[in-house]
Design a protein around this ligand. Structure first.
Ligand code: ADP
Ligand code: UDP
Length: 242
């Protein structure tokens, strides 16, 4: 697949056209940002890890019946995906309190919820991705009611699948962010990425953070945490093959 014109450069990835108008190439960078771009840095090797992790997880989700944009991994940093029109909602699923949830409601991090929660942010950098409810999303024409129902159903199924997988790796899936998009025929599919940039992943025994919070909160050992979480994913996948 020949890489065409660069269509977009985001904070963590570049997006390229291909000779097939229905397909794109995404290229993962080592650049890291937090707090809506105010904090910037580099996490060496992150692009490779996020690309490979996201692809491995999306492949599993596909096998379990969740449609995704994933087509084929091209190399360490680049993947061929189905082009979608992104639904401009960040879909956040939580199993425990952390981050903005803990801040907003004045609770400690790590409280285990009796059932998972879901929320949406309006994906809009100028507005700093404000929290939005599903009625407002429909009123703004961001998605239809039926699309939001589909997105919710997929998101909770994805949570069940990922939570179980990470538990096998000795990791607690605290929360994560998903993005969905529409194919040309309107089908909703999971897009973007699933990685330590977009998930909170804690060691099940020690509670050690193995995700982007190490960068956001200046905890040190950022590159090592990304390597450790990838090592666990690989070990689990290898043990399943045997
Ligand atoms: P940001 O735009 O937030 O800086 P990235 O650096 O990750 O984020 O850039 C990747 C962009 O590509 C995001 O805006 C994301 O919504 C978009 N995207 C992800 N998957 C697809 C896809 N399959 N088709 C079209 N756009 C996609
Ligand atoms: N998240 C993300 N992109 C964003 C905002 C959040 O990937 O723009 C992820 C984040 O990594 C965490 C989850 O969504 O796994 C919930 O984030 P939260 O709302 O707690 O935000 P934060 O603490 O980053 O303000």
């Amino acid at each position: 697949m020949v890489k065409g014109e660069q269509l977009y450069e985001g904070k963590a990835k570049k997006v390229f056209a291909t000779e097939d108008p229905a397909l794109l190439i995404v290229s993962y960078k080592d650049d890291a940002t937090a707090f809506n771009g105010q904090k910037r840095g580099t996490i060496r090797g992150k692009g490779v890890i996020n690309n490979q992790m996201s692809n491995a997880l999306m492949r599993r989700l596909e096998e379990a019946g969740i449609p995704t944009h994933f087509v084929r991994e091209l190399n360490e940093r680049e993947t061929l995906v189905k082009k979608v029109t992104i639904v401009p909602l960040e879909v956040i699923v939580r199993n425990r309190s952390a981050g903005s949830f803990a801040r907003r409601y004045g609770v400690e991090e790590g409280i285990v919820f009796s059932s998972p929660t879901i929320e949406f942010s309006y994906k809009n950098d100028a507005l700093e991705d404000p929290l939005i409810n599903s009625y407002h999303a429909v009123a703004l024409g961001l998605a239809t009611e039926a699309e939001i129902e589909t997105i919710k159903e997929y998101s909770f199924r994805i949570n069940d699948l990922l939570k179980a997988f990470w538990a096998e790796c000795g990791v607690t899936l605290v929360d994560f962010k998903l993005e969905f998009g529409r194919l040309a025929d309107g089908t909703i599919v999971l897009a973007d990425e699933i990685s330590p940039d977009t998930c909170r992943l804690w060691d099940s025994e020690t509670g050690e953070k193995l995700d982007k919070d190490r960068f956001r909160r200046d905890l040190g050992g950022v590159e090592e945490a990304y390597q450790e979480i990838m090592r666990r994913l690989r070990r689990q996948m290898t043990s399943e093959e045997k």
